[in-house]
Structures are given as structure tokens and as C-alpha cells.
Design a protein around this ligand. Sequence first.
Ligand code: SF4
Length: 282
Amino acid sequence: MPARLTPLKRSPKGRKTGKARPEADPRRRLALVIDLLEQHLGVPVWDGPKDPLEILVLTILSQNTTDPNALRAYRALAAALPAEGPVSRDARALPVAADGTVDKVKLRLSDAAKAVEPPAWERVAALTRTELAAIIRPAGLPDAKAGAILALLAWLRETTGSYSLAKALQQLGTARGVEALGAIKGIGAKTIAVTMIEALGADLCPVDTHVHRIINRLGITDTGSNRDRTYTLLRDLVPPGKGFSLHHNLLTLGRTVCTAKSPRCGACVLRALCPSAEAGFG
Ligand code: SF4
């Protein structure tokens, strides 16, 4: 069945009990979702440019795992192959939980890029796939991720004569650069979109596992397991200037309330808008 936007089906039960009626139009419902999340969780704001290669490698490492695992793998890589030169990063950029460990809810990949001195990319590029996989093992899927990182570095070297993604994007233009990145095995639409919003401030809402799950539970899209389809549909629905805020607030909601296995609908600020709240969750 093709993926589609879903007009909300309201239950007669909901009307009888006098519950607030969820907004039926997906575009207007999404606008309400953005407003409610911003009221309750705040308005996440992009904090300025970062090195796109660092964000892209961190995002590759974060595929199918948690951000803390991606951070562990990135730190291992930076420690194994340190770059020469003055230290410019600040470990205090990482959010800290009450027990002194990295705060798993607040951690973002951009924090890792601000806190961890990057590795010497020319030394990473000189590794074999097996050697790189052994270093980044804490992120899981090490062979596939090592392959993607080495292919990326080889492409950069070919395109720019250096290991600068910023230079490649400048040289090719963003649209052609994005197309070329998408042709590298292991670098998909979500990975590129995360790089674009975190490093360059693009107005996009990348669709990771949390965003995909929640947007579908909210009935704004009905895309099964097709995350790329969710991304395409959402791109046309998110109001201008709201991509960053929506992405980050859905990440927070997905890590705390609307979790994959046990969503706590009773504690959810989106409950009145959400058809899944009446479907047995919470
Ligand atoms: S009401 Fe429940 S299913 Fe809907 S967004 Fe909130 S936690 Fe998720």
C-alpha cells in the first residue's frame, strides 16, 4: 500500500466523553504539535556552524544505535588517531546527568562535535576497513560503518584533494554535494539531513527512529516502516523555520515519553491530538 498522509479518524467514544477533538488536517495538526512541544519543552535553536565532516561521521556512527554509543566510538577514533595542532574543543559542551555521566536525553551529536577533538582524517583514511571497524566497534555495525566512512573520505580526497566536506560542498554547491553524498553506500537521506541541520543550519526535519515513530503514531503520516517516505511527506508539512525545533523536540519526547516499547500517553503533552493515545497505549 502506498505511503500517505492520514486524515484523522475520530472515535465516537472520544466525542461522547467530551474530550478535546484532535485536529483532522495533518498540516494543522502538525502545527499544533510544534506549538505544544515548544510550550512544554522549549524552542531548540541552532547554535551556529560546525564542521560538516565531523557531524557526518558522528551521524554515520549513530545509525541504528544510541548517541552515547556513537560518542564512545568517535572518542575511540579520535584517541587512536589524534590530529596534531592546538586543542580547540571543550569537553564541558557535553550535557551531564545528575549522576555525573553524559545525559542520554539531552545529548546531541552536535555536542559531541563541540566537545571532542576530531581525529586526523588522513590517518583514518589510511586504515584498512578491518582496522577502522575494530576502533569504532562500540557504535555497532562496525564493518558497514567503516566502509561508509572510508568511502566518504576517499570521495573527499578525489573531489577536493583534502578531507574537507565544507570545501566539497562549496565547490560542488549544496544540491550536487548532497546528491554525491547520497550515492555513497551507507549515507542515506536521514544522515545527510542531520548533517545539514546541525552543521549548516538547514531548515529541515531529519527523520530518525523517534521522529518516524511519533509522527506515525500521531497519524500525521502513515508510512509503515518507510522512514524516507516520512521524510519526504514531512518536508512539505513543516512550517518554514520549524524543522530544527520539531526534530529536537521529537527526539526529546521519543527518549522520555513516547518511547518505542512503552509510551506513557497519560503523561504526554500531545495526548489530546494523538489517535494512538486511545489505541491501548499508556
Ligand atoms: S499520546 Fe502516546 S502515542 Fe501519542 S505521541 Fe504521546 S506518548 Fe506517543
